[in-house]
Design a protein around this ligand. Structure first.
Ligand code: NAP
Length: 249
């Protein structure tokens, strides 16, 4: 698909992968709107990338509406929604005092919000000549990661929903993509003790995502994610044991 002169919304565009997506999409001549909760971080990101920013929490219905209304008022349409905002919570399910809050919040941010925001964005996307929705999933969708009791489940849910929405939205001309990164060198991955993982650079990851979008690769298994998928088919117990060795700070 063509990737210039588009209006693109990137959730969680104030840092990490979202920030790099914003930078590269602006460089390609697109209008990029980023959102996130931390206004200071968004202001820095705006200065660094030339993207526009609308502060908001993707788990709050009113914030979703306000972000989309802002885009409608300023640009009249949305060509691409990139559901990127996410959290990665490593904790002990039984002993962590905040387990109840962590369960609800991680599911709300990683799983519910990308779906409800996508549903709310459909009328604006339908005004585009080439509308697309992109889910930033994870290679960990294919294996349960014991140290993060809920995270891999949220990414497995997104992997399934990306496939069902691709099917349901196809007759409406809306393309659905899923990009599944390996471990990437962002703040999110700082909780991992890095000896266990080779982290991909956000610049390289985003170059691959953009190449995948250009060539209409609807399911992008990036870096080691393709090995994880393949191993999950032929040796699932071995793969689970490997992930169980992951150490966190
Ligand atoms: N890094 C990795 O190794 C890796 C690997 C595979 C997949 N991924 C996925 O890639 C995506 C981006 O991750 P990252 O590595 O770039 O992480 P990051 O640097 O921690 O960035 C996450 C972004 O999401 C935003 N966010 C979180 N909760 C939000 C909410 N409720 N409303 C609005 N924005 C929210 C944060 O901004 P505020 O806190 O200001 O709201 C932040 O800008 C995530 O979906 C993640 O699961 C990451």
């Amino acid at each position: 698909m063509d990737l210039t002169s588009k209006t693109i919304l990137i959730t969680g565009g104030g840092s990490g992968i979202g920030l790099e997506l914003a930078r590269q999409f602006v460089e390609l001549g697109n209008t990029v709107v980023i959102c996130g909760r931390d206004e200071g971080r968004l202001a820095d990101a705006t200065r660094q990338t030339g993207a526009q920013a609308i502060a908001g929490d993707v788990t709050v219905a009113e914030d979703q509406e306000r972000i989309l209304s802002g885009i409608q008022a300023q640009h009249g349409k949305l060509d691409m929604l990139i559901n990127n905002a996410g959290v990665f919570l490593a904790y002990d399910f039984k002993d962590d005092p905040e387990t109840m809050h962590k369960i609800e919040s991680e599911i709300a941010i990683n799983a519910t919000a990308p779906l409800t925001l996508t549903r709310r964005a459909l009328p604006l996307l339908e005004r585009s000549a080439q509308p697309a929705v992109v889910f930033i999933g994870s290679g960990i969708a294919f294996v349960a990661s014991p140290g993060t009791p809920v995270y891999s489940g949220t990414k497995a849910l997104i992997h399934h929903c990306a496939q069902t929405l691709r099917h349901q939205l196809h007759p409406h001309g809306i393309k659905v993509f899923e990009a599944m990164p390996p471990v990437v060198d962002t703040d999110m991955a700082n909780v991992l003790k890095s000896e266990n993982f080779k982290k991909m650079k956000p610049t390289d990851l985003v170059r691959e995502i953009i190449a995948g979008l250009r060539s209409n690769q609807t399911e992008m298994l990036l870096g080691q994610s393709s090995q994880i998928k393949w191993m999950s088919r032929i040796a699932p117990a071995f793969l689970f044991r490997q992930f169980a060795k992951t150490e966190f700070h």
